[in-house]
Design a binder for this molecule. Structure first.
Ligand SMILES: Nc1nc2c(ncn2[C@@H]2O[C@H](COP(=O)(O)OP(=O)(O)OP(=O)(O)O)[C@@H](O)[C@H]2O)c(=O)[nH]1
Length: 387
């Protein structure tokens, strides 16, 4: 079989784009982010997205062997599905769950409609490549555009990876229909093909680079998160406190901040009487009670064992004392459900304050001394020691 120059150019173009997408699949398959359980579902969606784009280009090239309408319909359906996979990956990533693609009516209606438009109306009545390609690419661009809002997990604090992906998706939204629209003005095959290659190459390389950046930044965020969270209670650990406290206090040098040191009373007895597992249950519940009472801006940390520290940013010593008294009251009133039955506990609180990073160590020591005074004074109480 001898191929025409146009067919060879067509195949060359498609092979390049195909290889680029397969490189994307390769990188995602071996990405370290795939080893992280929380990230795997979204990494798989992104990997499938590039595999579908690659398959779509294969179908586009297949027009040399199969009818035009079939080649275009398959290519368009696969492109559309790839955009949905990107969307699905972002939704998973932000903790949402989405019905599986097979069950999503919107996706199937969209794909069926597009297939009807391609094969039926245009093939039978207006078989105009420019119109068909424009409608298809605009549709794909709309689905990609709908992904943008799903990218950031937190709208105010976007990660660098999220910003890079948003930029790449915007570029894809602009570039996908660009070559089809260009065809309206310049219908030379070679000019069209080179424009297509130019726009698709930019979109695909942009997407691969941006998605890999996103996964790397997610991985770093996840490791950092794990390194500063106490695995038992879910509150921050001492390392986070020391880093974050200095930042918070340094940021607002002039205002006053409160420190509360808390220690559960007679915790050893709970362990000795009911066992370590029940002791753990008590620690988890205690951390939950404290976390639900404090403000969102307060930092609750487990300093070690049954000792917790709360940093109340921008608060007077009176406010911090009031918080400690409320915590003391709520903890003693709470009945904690454990495998050994319902238990009640009490805790001792030491309160101090500080107004600059240099006072952190002294203030912690004072809160600690105050907490020991509370223990000595009979436990289940709050003692304040101001600088
Ligand atoms: N279950 C459990 N126990 C822990 C953990 N970390 C430390 N502990 C126990 O916490 C207990 C702390 O006991 P102590 O420091 O003697 O204090 P206490 O019994 O609370 O007595 P007071 O502080 O005087 O009220 C020890 O028995 C530790 O083994 C933990 O992660 N889980």
């Amino acid at each position: 079989m001898s191929l025409t120059t146009e067919e060879i150019a067509n195949i060359n173009y498609l092979v390049i784009i195909l290889i680029m997408n397969l490189i994307g699949v390769f990188y995602f398959y071996f990405s370290p982010a795939r080893r992280a359980i929380e990230l795997k579902p979204s990494v798989d969606c992104f990997m499938i997205m590039f595999a579908l784009i690659a398959a779509a280009f294969v179908m586009f090239a297949a027009r040399i062997f199969i009818p035009d309408w079939l080649s275009l319909t398959l290519a368009n359906g696969l492109f559309l599905l790839s955009a949905y996979y990107a969307r699905r990956g972002f939704i998973y990533r932000s903790g949402g769950s989405q019905p599986t693609l097979e069950k999503s009516k919107i996706i199937w209606i969209n794909i069926v409609l597009l297939t009807i438009v391609n094969t039926g109306i245009f093939y039978l009545y207006i078989d105009n490549f420019a119109i068909r390609a424009t409608i298809t690419s605009v549709n794909i661009a709309i689905v990609f555009y709908s992904c943008i809002a799903k990218i950031p997990k937190n709208l105010i604090l976007k990660t660098d990876g999220e910003k890079v992906v948003q930029f790449a998706v915007y570029t894809t939204v602009l570039f996908t229909p660009a070559s089809a629209i260009f065809y309206w003005f310049e219908q030379s095959f070679f000019v069209y093909m080179s424009t297509l290659m130019f726009t698709q190459a930019i979109a695909v390389t942009g997407l691969i680079g941006a998605f890999l950046t996103l996964l790397m930044s997610d991985l770093i965020e996840e490791h950092y998160h794990k390194s500063v969270i106490d695995p038992l209670t879910g509150v921050y650990n001492r390392r986070f406190f020391e880093e974050k406290a200095l930042k918070v206090i340094g940021f607002t040098q002039k205002s006053q901040h409160g420190i509360i040191m808390v220690d559960i009373d007679n915790f050893k007895d709970i362990n000795d009487t009911f066992g370590h597992a029940v002791g753990d249950e008590v620690l988890v519940k205690f951390a939950k009670i404290v976390s639900t009472i404090v403000r969102d801006s307060d930092i609750v940390t487990r300093f070690g064992g049954e000792e917790f520290v709360i940093l109340q940013a921008s608060a007077s010593i009176i406010e911090t004392q009031k918080l400690a008294e409320r915590l003391c009251d709520e903890v003693s009133k709470c009945s904690i459900q454990t495998q050994a039955g319902n238990l009640t506990i009490t805790a001792s609180f030491g309160v101090s304050s500080l107004s600059g990073p240099s006072q952190l160590k002294t203030s912690l020591k004072m809160a600690d001394d105050a907490m020991y005074d509370a223990k000595k004074g009979g436990k289940n109480r709050v003692v304040v020691r101001d600088l």
